[in-house]
Design a protein around this ligand. Structure first.
Ligand SMILES: [Zn+2]
Length: 471
């Protein structure tokens, strides 16, 4: 008897972060439903590509979205999805749900202002530029969010179960595990999202990668070893001590979500232990202040020492010497205030945000230090600061680069090569397929090669638009 080939139980199509690190977006089809994992923008907040407006599927056809975490390259395109017809539920952890409102709200204001500027600059007869999304789109997306506790299975549709596991990358970050049970068959997929480092302070460690027929795994730092966090902390403490001795300021460009909290926490621990002097630490970002409050509301994501500190009221991401700066005026005043201090301000790559005026104020001061704790992409001011040369160009003018500039990669919130392998090691020898995403080709290849060496038989690096099926 002729039999038509059976449709696979589950497929995943990779629509973003395929052989690259931005625009995370994967479409899962199972049990007659379409579920989107992540909905990120291609290039962070300020450099969005046109195809972020055009989805390769009909947003209205999606049953649900599941988010791994609140970084914009994983969630920043969600309001566009809603604007283009998606009306289903958005599942994420409770902390991610709170962070989303803050992150996407800021993003909407940026797009509205950008569209306004383009409208003013537009020639007569040109089509009216539309913002990519607006505040009401963000509000609708927020209203569609459903929070899911870690490690508790939740039913998304008949036969489809979702479970979130700790990913340890930023507050609220989760690995996503979806299972389909249908007519006595089961199929499952795990998406790691971004994974955090093992044994890092502040957040709980990532759990082991949940077993599944298909594992979609990030590879940001495949093939690379990051310096241990403790080494980076010691280096930062030494820089602070040296800079205070010469009465200078320590400038730390940092993104408001993730890296800022890790650095503030490290500085506080150092101050309490007497390893750095008691100088003011200014966090020059109203968003970072709101984010710190979200951290304090979610002890379920914190490691035991941090949760204890929070319970006992010992000043968690806060305290006598830490001050969050609300206004631009105060930001300028703090920069000019005499005496040593530490100033953290966005953006992490110095390509905008309040850090730029602090740099203009202090980059030619030989007493000052600049500590870069984020990756610095090519063509950003942060990258120019790291390049050799006596001067640096800021806003069209050359400034003497007399401040001491250091890059510390150990503050990364990402698992490195050994961390990634350790987290997935329990699955070695299991018959699962692994697809490596969220890495530049060199990093993805390095991780894929190491996985094959460790006994994973079916490992691939999908291209954008490629589909993989289970079974
Ligand atoms: Zn991330």
């Amino acid at each position: 008897m002729d039999q038509s080939p059976q449709a696979p139980l589950l497929t995943v199509t990779f629509w973003g972060a395929a052989q690259s690190v931005t625009g995370s977006m994967h479409l899962v089809e199972l049990g007659g439903q379409r579920i989107l994992l992540d909905c990120g923008v291609m290039r962070g907040l300020h450099g969005v590509r046109p195809h972020d407006r055009h989805f390769p599927f009909d947003p209205a056809s999606l049953h649900a979205v599941v988010l791994s975490h609140a970084h914009v390259d994983h969630c920043g395109n969600l309001p566009s999805l809603v604007r283009h017809g998606f009306s289903g539920s958005i599942y994420c952890s409770a902390a991610t749900q709170e962070l989303l409102a803050l992150i996407l709200g800021g993003s909407a204001r940026f797009h509205e202002e950008e569209a306004l500027v383009q409208r003013i600059l537009a020639r007569p007869g040109q089509p009216e530029p539309e913002p990519r999304f607006t505040g009401p789109d963000v509000d609708r997306a927020a209203a569609q969010c459903v929070s899911v506790p870690y490690d508790e299975p939740v039913s998304l549709a008949p036969g489809i179960t979702l479970r979130l596991a700790q990913a340890g990358h930023i507050l609220g970050a989760a690995m996503i595990h979806l299972t389909l049970s249908e007519h006595g068959h089961t199929a499952s997929v795990t998406f790691t999202g971004d994974l955090g480092r093992r044994n890092a302070p502040l957040l709980r460690d990532p759990g082991s990668v949940p077993d599944a027929d298909l594992v979609v795994m990030e590879s940001t730092y495949g093939g690379r070893t990051l310096e241990p966090l403790q080494t980076a902390v010691q280096a930062l403490e030494a820089i602070v001590r040296r800079t205070v001795e010469r009465e200078g300021k320590v400038l730390i460009p940092a993104f408001s979500l993730g890296r800022t909290q890790v650095v503030v926490d490290a500085l506080q621990r150092a101050r309490v232990a007497g390893r750095i002097p008691d100088i003011p630490v200014y966090v020059d970002s109203p968003v970072a202040a709101a984010i710190a409050a979200v951290y304090r509301r979610h002890p379920e994501c914190l490691d035991e020492p941090s949760a204890r500190l929070l319970r006992e009221g010992g000043g968690f991401l806060d305290g006598s010497s830490v001050r969050y700066i609300p206004t631009q005026e105060e930001s300028r005043e703090v920069s000019q205030r005499p005496g040593p201090s530490v100033i953290l301000a966005p953006s992490g790559m110095c390509d905008g945000g309040r850090i730029v005026h602090h740099l203009k104020q202090h980059i030619d001061d030989p007493r000052a230090s600049v500590v870069l704790v984020n990756y610095q992409a090519p063509h950003t001011l942060g990258r120019r600061l790291l390049e050799r040369g006596p001067t640096v160009r800021i806003h069209g003018r050359n400034w003497n680069k007399w401040a001491d500039v250091t890059y510390l990669d150990g503050f990364s919130g990402h698992a490195d090569h050994d961390d990634l392998l350790a987290l997935v090691a329990p699955l070695a020898g299991r018959p699962c397929k692994v697809r490596v995403v969220h890495g530049e080709p060199e990093q993805a290849e390095a991780l894929a090669g190491a996985l094959r060496e460790r006994g994973f038989r079916d490992v691939g690096i999908p291209e954008r638009g490629e589909t993989v099926a289970v079974p």
